[in-house]
Design a protein around this ligand. Structure first.
Ligand code: PCA
Length: 326
């Protein structure tokens, strides 16, 4: 009897030991994002998390928290910097007040196609990575939103029609555009857009068909002008400290799977853009290319913003713009 008990205790200790070695070897990361579960970025990120699990042999488990449920979209960067989350998704242009460099992809009519957006990313990736590295952040991958157009409750023929309207902004550049056309900017995160429209807090804004669809904007907003002004990008960032705590094989697996997620995300963004615009039409919206006047006015705003951007970013910015225009 005594003997049997001893054996049982020994068995238990062995089991407990193996569990604790497993816990040391396995890491669980929280990954906040600000966008809804059905959005293509979020779907891409979920697939990324699944592939990370597989590629690390279950050593790294990433839990995705969508819709700003763990941290609001605009709090995610700080959360990853502060170690409250190991990894997260942010829209980089949301932080151009911190560093002007981050606003490059949200300047009207600088890069308006997927090919140009890719080129802009290629020439600016290093600079972005270096700026974020100084904040203890590592860029894992980046995926663009579909091209940005104008949603409005009332028809818009030219910028004059936007005077005085309550304009939803999602980053400093969209606030700046509001100022330049004489609209009133109100910052609203994507997760709160439906509500802001329902209460009449905003009646016009620029975003993609993707967010128009996610937020079912057709309830209040009847016009979409597909001007394709820019393609803003989301970055998936990881705290360098969390990254360094992984074994080498897991680090390599993570970087490789991130590369796949970036390639897949760019492809899906472009493919789904057409589908998103169809859904706007199906739900009764008027989808138009936007008048030449409106486009010319936005282009002029873009030119001013490029000049300001180069002034703010100096030689580094000039090098990036020159490489883009080459
Ligand atoms: N959707 C996000 C950012 C750009 C976009 O297409 C938003 O509206 O917040």
């Amino acid at each position: 009897m005594i003997f049997a008990k001893k054996w049982a205790v020994a068995g238990l200790t062995a089991a407990a030991l193996s569990i604790s070695t497993q816990t040391i070897a396995q890491q669980k990361w929280d990954m906040p994002t600000g966008y809804p579960a059905a959005n293509f970025h979020t779907e891409n990120i979920r697939q990324f998390a699944t592939e990370v699990d597989q590629a690390t042999g279950g050593k790294l488990k990433i839990t995705v928290h969508d819709s700003g449920s763990l941290f609001k979209a605009n709090e995610i960067k700080r959360a990853v910097q502060g170690g409250q989350a190991q990894i997260g998704e942010i829209i980089i242009s949301g932080y151009s007040n911190e560093n002007a460099l981050f606003g490059l992809d949200s300047i009207p009519f600088l890069a308006t196609s997927y090919a140009d957006a890719q080129k802009l990313w290629n020439v600016s990736r290093q600079a972005n990575e270096a700026a974020l590295a100084k904040q203890g952040l590592k860029v894992l991958f980046s995926v663009p939103w579909p091209p940005q157009g104008i949603f409005s409750a009332k028809p818009v023929q030219s910028a004059a029609d936007l005077k005085g309207v309550k304009w939803r902004a999602y980053n400093p550049n969209t606030s700046k555009i509001a100022q330049l056309v004489g609209a009133q900017p109100v910052t609203v995160q994507a997760a709160e857009l439906t509500q802001a429209l329902a209460t009449g807090a905003v009646t016009a804004f620029m975003t993609s068909g993707a967010t128009g669809f996610d937020s079912k904007v057709w309830e209040q907003v009847k016009y979409y002008y597909d001007v394709s002004a820019w393609l803003p990008k989301n970055f998936v960032i990881v705290s360098q400290k969390a990254f360094d705590s992984l074994d080498k094989a897991s680090q390599d697996a993570l970087v490789k799977v991130a590369g796949n997620a970036e390639a897949r995300g760019w492809k899906v963004s472009a493919e789904k853009n057409t589908w998103y615009l169809e859904q706007l039409r199906k739900n009764g919206m008027t989808v138009e290319p936007g008048s030449p006047t409106l486009r010319a006015e936005l282009k002029k705003i873009g030119d001013t913003m490029v000049a300001d951007w180069v002034k703010q970013t100096g030689a580094q910015g000039q090098t990036v713009i020159d490489a883009f225009r080459k």
